[in-house]
Structures are given as C-alpha cells and as structure tokens.
Design a protein around this ligand. Structure first.
Ligand code: DGY
Length: 329
C-alpha cells in the first residue's frame, strides 16, 4: 500500500478536477477500459476498497454490496441513483451520494433542444439536406408545431422540471404539472396547475418527463397513457428510459397517434427498441443531458468531494441516505 489513507475505485475515467481532489489522500484505482467496467472485475476490485466512485451504468446491488467488506461510501456520478439498492446500502451503513444541482441547467437546456427539434422537425430537415437534398421552399413542406401560447406539461416539478418551465417564458405557455408535491414556485411564478396524469396528458401540447425512475414510475407512460395524449403532442424524455414503454412509443409514433418525440434516455441503454431509428418523427440523442464541459467538471468535483467528505467523517454536499450521517461521523 502507498501509505495514503483510503483505497478508492473509480469505475471510468472522469474529468481531472475530480481526480486531483482525491489523489493526495487516496490510493486510486481508475478503470481505464473502453465502456462499462466488466461486472466480474467490479466484483473483484470492490473487495479491497473503502470508496467507490461509479456511474449509472454500474449496478450497485446486493451482490456487489455483499462483496465489499470495507466499503463505506458509493459516490454516484449522476443525480439519479436508480442503479443503486439504496435501502440495502443503508442497512449495511454504506453512504450513498449523488450530484444534484450541478446538472440542472444542462439537462433543462437539452430538454428544450429536444422540444424544439421535435416540434420543428429539425433533425428530419437535417437528414433530408444531407440525403435527398433541399427540394426548394414550399408552403406545405416540413410543417411542425408552434409553441407560443401552447400548454407545457411537466412530469416532475423538481429542480430540472422547474428549470424546463423557466425556459418556457419566451413562449408564454400555460403550465401543468404532475408531482406528489405542490410546487410553490411553479404555482406562484408561472400560474402552473397541479393536475392528475390523465389530465396533464389530455391537455398538454408538450409533455416533458423529469421524474426519478422507481417501481412507481416504471412504464408510467404506457399504451393507455399515450392514447390519452393529443394527436399533435410532442413527448420528451430526459429522465430515465424505463419511465416510457418504449415499444409502445414506437407503435404510437409509427401510427402517428402522437406527432413526435424527443428522447435522450432509453429503456435498455445502450440498446434501443428496433424500429425507433427508422422513424422520422423522433429525435434521438445518446443520454447527453449533463454532457457539457462545465457540468461534467462540476460533477467530477462534487463526486470526489462527497466521497472524501464521507471517508473523513464530514457531511457531504449531497447525500441520498441522510439517516446514516450520524453513523458515519
Ligand atoms: C443523471 O445524472 O442522472 C444523468 O442521467 C446523467 O448525467
């Protein structure tokens, strides 16, 4: 051993700012391979570490947690933590941390990129220009949806859902939201109305998803939900893929039961449902909601700082299972 206080596994190369926060105090092992660390390697390496800094592609389940006798903290390089069995980790006294706030604006910007691109058929136009070419201006060519004065429905009125609503100001949209909690900010500043899911789907021109993934939100947007949407509606998902029943969405888009969709996340990443890429009325991005230089640096800093804070007995900036704070001090 190097004489450094803690042994840490980092499951993928992250921006240098995170590494430099850790390297003086920790003995770091950084997985250098292409893509996701193979499960067997992860299970092997986790045996010897005090902390794991991982991505949403790593399943931190019972098997992994039971293979980690020294593990005190898992610092997830994401705000979402549906890849982690938080209740089992809590039972075992392992602190889980994440990266809220720092990726709110980047993700809200991406949601709006998808809203605009899907509503105005931007990707379809780009494909056409590069393929068949520009057939010339025409009154009925590539017509999309206006946004001004339309209704924006957000599923989830947390940080990102709120930031998406804030960005609708220029289009003077009516706002509906679906959430367990009442959002004072949305109601006060945007005259938003909290409604049931069926009402939101029935009345919204744009539906944007910003809920965490859980058993309750699995396939929340299924065949029945889609059938309650307007034929002219645009559905956007920058949250988690399994919130939408993806094969059902493919059917609905193919049959033009809704106008368009914009997706950044998929049910079985990195696989996507066959048929999706053949459709013109969907804009697809490869899970890049938080992919800006600034945001990824901020995520690296906060994951590293969270990890170190827990190991040194300090309160991390963001903790998923705060009930453990007393234990870890
Ligand atoms: C998250 O943080 O949960 C995103 O999906 C990845 O940035």
């Amino acid at each position: 051993m190097s004489g450094k206080s803690y042994k840490i596994l980092i499951s993928r190369v992250i921006p240098e700012v995170g590494i430099s926060l850790l390297k003086d105090k920790c003995d770091l092992e950084i997985y250098q391979g292409e893509g996701v660390i193979p499960r067997q390697q992860l299970l092997q390496k986790i045996r010897h570490v005090d902390g794991l800094l991982c991505l949403l592609s790593e399943s931190v389940d019972r098997e992994l947690l039971d293979s980690a006798p020294r593990l005190k903290v898992v610092s997830n390089y994401a705000v979402g933590y549906d890849n982690i069995d938080v209740s089992y980790a809590t039972e075992k006294g392992i602190v889980i941390t994440n990266t809220p706030d720092v990726l709110t604006d980047a993700t809200a910007d991406l949601a709006w990129s998808l809203i605009l691109a899907a509503a105005r058929r931007v990707a379809e136009g780009d494909r056409l220009m590069r393929g068949k070419g520009f057939p010339g201006w025409s009154p009925l060519f590539l017509l999309g949806q206006d946004l001004k004065g339309k209704t924006l429905g957000v599923l989830g009125a947390g940080r990102i859902g709120t930031a998406v609503v804030e960005r609708s100001r220029g289009s003077n949209m009516r706002i509906l939201y679906f959430d367990r909690q009442t959002s004072d900010v949305l109601e006060r500043d945007f005259s938003a109305r909290k409604v049931s899911l069926p009402e939101l789907l029935e009345k919204s021109d744009i539906v944007s998803i910003h809920l965490p993934f859980s058993r309750e939100t699995h396939h929340l947007i299924d065949e029945k939900a889609i059938s309650g949407m307007k034929k002219s509606a645009v559905l956007v998902n920058t949250a988690r893929g399994p919130i939408i029943d993806e094969p059902e969405l493919v059917n609905a888009l193919r049959e033009k039961r809704i106008a368009a969709a914009g997706l950044d996340v998929y049910e079985n990443e990195p696989q996507i449902t066959p048929g999706l890429t053949a459709l013109e009325n969907v804009v697809l991005t490869p899970h890049i909601g938080s992919a800006t230089i600034q945001t990824r640096n901020d995520m690296a800093r906060i994951t590293a700082a969270n990890l170190l804070a827990v190991l040194e007995g300090r309160e991390p900036e963001a903790i998923v299972n705060p009930q453990l704070l007393k234990i870890s001090k």
